[in-house]
Design a protein around this ligand. Structure first.
Ligand code: AMP
Ligand code: FES
Ligand code: ZN
Ligand code: ZN
Length: 329
């Protein structure tokens, strides 16, 4: 995708007015209005193609305050009836990171009030007794992995507690490719099966997770949010560090995409083919012996209970779930 300079004399293929954007992977010139429409249609087509909303009436959206999940909230809310949803609820976890968390929370609150969407804002400090920076300090583990496991735990447990049919996440195509290639290059064993557009619910302890932005390029989401005037968090998380592998992967993928527009999309589809997704359904899920949440660990202790054992001297999964009950009802 590239934004065209004024006066390039290219016409929008839909309406014939002056084009402002060229979508390279689709070989399309589009005006502003039809570009917005095109991105929304791409998301709708992803939903349809993978049957993401089949049987889903009440949907939770996990909102970080960034361009991805907020754009998703806009697109889904605007098309709520069309896609057969009766209710969309937002969920934001305030991690207690000085400055960054306040700004993220404000972006979420602003978007939800504009969209008339009910939204739960949960503070990590209220749920666990400590903010993310405090937990990171005590745990001695990489910030992003601690953050990721806590968010995953809360998003899953809140979805189960609210009894929604599914939870939508804002992961886009570039996120998924990066995760895949980073683990490959580091030789880290990871569960590639979980990278598809949908993770089915299991045994009443795993909530159904959807990724409606699965086939959307990150740069398209940035431009979409900008053209739609969506106010997103402007600062970066202070724990984000300069990761050389990530930077190299992004540069390599961008070069390949530039050389052959559409490359990223075809790679993504091959990585998470439907046979691989079916294999996921037959995978065994273990239950945490402390809190009853799902875990892949054969020792039957979930990642959150392990982390909190280390930080607080006791597993706190159950404690967090009781707090969730208080805050969500
Ligand atoms: P990230 O792991 O930060 O790339 O975020 C991936 C997805 O997780 C986002 O698109 C959101 O759907 C969700 N998410 C991230 N941070 C939060 C948060 N603080 N509260 C709720 N959902 C979040
Ligand atoms: Fe999770 Fe920054 S938002 S470490
Ligand atoms: Zn047009
Ligand atoms: Zn647990």
């Amino acid at each position: 995708m590239s934004v065209l300079a004024p006066g390039t004399r290219k016409s929008c293929y839909k309406c014939g007015r002056e084009a402002e954007v060229m979508v390279r992977y689709a070989r399309l010139y589009l005006c502003r209005e039809h570009y917005i429409e095109y991105i929304e249609e791409r998301i709708m087509k992803t939903i349809e193609k993978y049957g993401l909303l089949s049987g889903v009436k009440r949907l939770l959206i996990a909102l970080s305050g960034g361009k991805d999940s907020l754009s998703l909230a806009y697109v889904l809310s605007r098309n709520k009836e069309k896609i057969g949803l009766t209710e969309i609820i937002g969920l934001h976890i305030d991690l207690g990171i000085n400055g960054y968390s306040e700004e993220s929370r404000e972006s979420v609150e602003k978007a939800c009030s504009e969209l008339g969407m009910k939204c739960f804002i949960l503070s990590l400090k209220d749920l666990l007794g400590l903010s993310l920076p405090e937990i990171i300090r005590k745990s001695n583990r990489p910030p992003c992995s601690v953050c990721g496991l806590i968010k995953r735990y809360i998003i899953n447990a809140a979805s189960i507690e609210l009894g929604v049919d599914a939870v939508a996440m804002g992961h886009h195509m570039d996120d998924i490719l990066l995760f895949y290639l980073r683990n490959f290059l580091l030789g880290v064993k990871s569960d590639y099966l979980k990278l598809g557009p949908v993770i089915e619910a299991k045994d009443t302890i795993v909530a159904k997770k959807l990724r409606p932005l699965y086939e959307v390029y990150e740069e398209d989401l940035s431009l979409y949010a900008k053209l739609r005037g969506i106010k997103t968090v402007g600062t970066e998380c202070p724990f984000k560090h300069n990761d050389h592998i990530e930077k190299a992967i992004k540069e390599m993928l961008d070069k390949l995409e530039n050389h052959a527009p559409g490359y990223k999309l075809s790679l993504l589809r091959r990585i998470t083919s439907s046979e691989k997704r079916e294999a996921l359904l037959s995978q065994e899920v273990f239950t945490c012996k402390y809190c009853g949440s799902p875990t892949n660990n054969k020792d039957n202790i979930c990642a959150l209970c392990k982390l909190t054992q280390n930080v607080f001297g006791e597993p706190r999964g159950l404690y967090l779930k009781q707090k969730l009950k208080e805050f969500l009802h």
